[in-house]
Design a protein around this ligand. Structure first.
Ligand SMILES: [Zn+2]
Length: 154
């Protein structure tokens, strides 16, 4: 990285709260998470099950027609180990994983929780293709958010 002594670095805090509609599909998906169920959307033409759920199939450009329960097992398709602290995120190191849950045809990102302590230990333990499973928080702690569950190694 190039550093120049003549350039200023300005610290700025932005605190913006914004309420928006989650829409029909995402609202139903998040309500399902509150009940401990992960559901994708089925395409009537190609049969794909999209997760995160989509109103339209991105292959066929037709409306998806039904909900399909997926998981809790799945396959780790990609991951990153975060070793840097970011505001409003967990203490590093932690893992963000893309997993394709059983019964779905696309990957869903979420935290993958591990008990190992260092980035190196995590990197040695993780591999694309490993089995994972979705594990829900206790019902009383769910907030109708994607973080109502996380992945763990199966
Ligand atoms: Zn389709």
């Amino acid at each position: 990285m190039v550093q120049r002594d003549d350039l200023l670095v300005l610290g700025v805090d932005w605190h913006v709260h914004y309420d928006h509609s989650a829409g029909e599909i995402v609202s139903a998906f998040l309500k399902g998470l509150g009940n401990g169920v992960i559901q994708g959307r089925h395409c009537p033409l190609c049969g794909a099950v999209w997760l995160p759920p989509r109103a339209y199939c991105e292959r066929c450009f037709v409306a998806t027609d039904q909900w399909v329960s997926v998981g809790p097992g799945g396959v780790l398709e990609a991951f990153t180990i975060v070793g840097q602290k970011f505001d409003n995120l967990p203490e590093p190191p932690y893992v963000i994983a893309f997993a394709r849950l059983d019964g779905s045809d696309s990957s869903l990102a979420n935290f993958l929780t591990m008990t190992l302590g260092s980035v190196e230990e995590m990197a040695e333990r993780l591999a694309v293709g490993q089995r994972i499973r979705a594990e829900f928080k206790p019902e009383s702690q769910r907030q109708l958010r994607i973080t109502d569950f996380h992945y763990v190694l199966a």
